[in-house]
Design a protein around this ligand. Sequence first.
Ligand SMILES: [Zn+2]
Ligand SMILES: [Zn+2]
Length: 187
Amino acid sequence: MADSDRASGGDILVVPVDCANLALLQRLTIDLQATLARAATVASWDLSPQFAREAARGQYNSSMILAELFNRRSDPPTRILGVTDVDLFAPVLTYVFGEAQMHGPAAVVSTFRLRPELYGLDPDPEILSRRLLVESIHELGHTAGLTHCHTPGCAMIGSTYAEEIDLKGPGLCERCGDVVRAEFTKK
Ligand SMILES: [Zn+2]
Ligand SMILES: [Zn+2]
C-alpha cells in the first residue's frame, strides 16, 4: 500500500475504503469520466475504515474517513473520492450517503444504503451503479463548492432516501455543471 498514486495521473482518484466490488469501482471511473470529462482512476491502495468505527452505532464516522483521505491525497489528482461498503454516519445524522469537503479535494460515498436489497428488493447491479454515480457526482460537486440545487434532475439536489436518488440524473444542470468544470480545471 502506497500513500500516493502519482503514477496514475488521474484527476479523480477513486479509493476503495473497504469496498469489495472492484468491478463497480472500475465502472464508476468510466462513468465519472463520461459525465465530468475528467480522467478518473481507481487507486492502487486502499484505506481500512476501522479507525472510524463507532461500536455503539455499528456505523462509521464519515468525517473521520474524509479527514484521513485528505491526509493521504497526492498531487495530482485534484480530487480524491473514497467509496465504501460500510454504513456511514455524521454525528447529528442517523446516516449519510456520503460527505465531502466544501471546496476541498476529498469526498466519500457509501454503497450501503444504495443497494436495493437493503429495502427488501432483489439485488440490481444497474440501479446500484447508477445511484453510486449520482451520489459520487453529488459529493464531488460539493468539493467544487456547490450547495444543494433545486433544478429538476440535477445531481446536486439533496436526497435523504435512495428512491429520491433515482429521480435525479447523474448529470448536473447547466449552472452546476459550469461551476464543476471551472473548479476541476483549477490547480
Ligand atoms: Zn449534498
Ligand atoms: Zn444544479
